[in-house]
Design a protein around this ligand. Structure first.
Ligand code: CA2
Length: 149
C-alpha cells in the first residue's frame, strides 16, 4: 500500500501568512509544507501538498489520490460549505480522509457551520491553527496503519 498522503488546500489558502493573520496566523503554506514534511519523515510517510483556487483542480487531485495515496488531509477552504462535487470525489476515495480548518469555524458565521466534506471525513480538526495539519497527518498515519494490519 502507498505511504503517500495528499495535503489539499482550497481557495485563498495561497494567501496564508500574508493577510488576516488574526484569523489564520503567520505561517505560510510553505511553512506548513516544511512542518508536515518533517513529521511525515518521522511517521514513514511521504506528502504531496497542493493548493488550488479552482474546484475542478481539487477534484482532479482527489481522483489522482485514488491510485496514488493512502490518505488525504484536506482544507477545502470555502468549498467546504458549498461543494457537493468535492464530497462526491472524496466518496470515491477509499483511504483515510481528515478535514482541517485553521480557524474554529463553529465560532464564526453560521454559514461556516455546515460542511459537505464532513459527511465523508473520518475526522475533523478545527481551530487548532496551522498545527491542525500535523494533527491530521498523525491521524492519517494511524488509520492507514490500522487498514494495513
Ligand atoms: O479555517 C479554515 O481553514 C477555513 O477553511 C478557511 C477558509 C474559510 O472559507 C473556511 O470557512 C474556514 C478561507 C481561507 C482563506 O484563507 C486566507 C488566508 C489568508 C488571507 C486571506 C484568506
Amino acid at each position: 500500500m502507498s505511504n503517500l498522503v495528499y495535503i489539499l488546500n482550497g481557495p485563498n489558502l495561497n494567501l496564508l501568512g500574508k493577510r488576516q493573520p488574526h484569523i489564520y496566523g503567520h505561517e505560510t503554506l510553505a511553512d506548513i509544507e516544511a512542518d508536515c514534511a518533517r513529521l511525515a519523515a518521522e511517521l514513514g510517510l511521504e506528502i504531496r501538498l497542493l493548493q488550488s483556487n479552482h474546484e475542478g483542480q481539487i477534484i482532479d487531485w482527489i481522483h489522482e489520490a485514488r491510485t496514488d495515496a493512502c490518505g488525504i488531509v484536506i482544507n477545502p477552504g470555502a468549498f467546504t460549505h458549498t461543494s457537493v462535487a468535492i464530497l462526491d470525489a472524496l466518496n470515491a476515495f477509499e483511504g483515510a480522509v481528515i478535514e482541517v480548518h485553521i480557524s474554529n469555524v463553529h465560532k464564526r458565521e453560521s454559514f461556516r457551520h455546515h460542511s459537505y466534506v464532513s459527511l465523508r471525513a473520518d475526522g475533523v480538526i478545527a481551530g487548532c491553527g496551522t498545527q491542525g495539519y500535523q494533527f491530521g497527518l498523525r491521524r492519517v498515519a494511524m488509520l492507514a496503519a490500522t487498514a494495513k494490519a
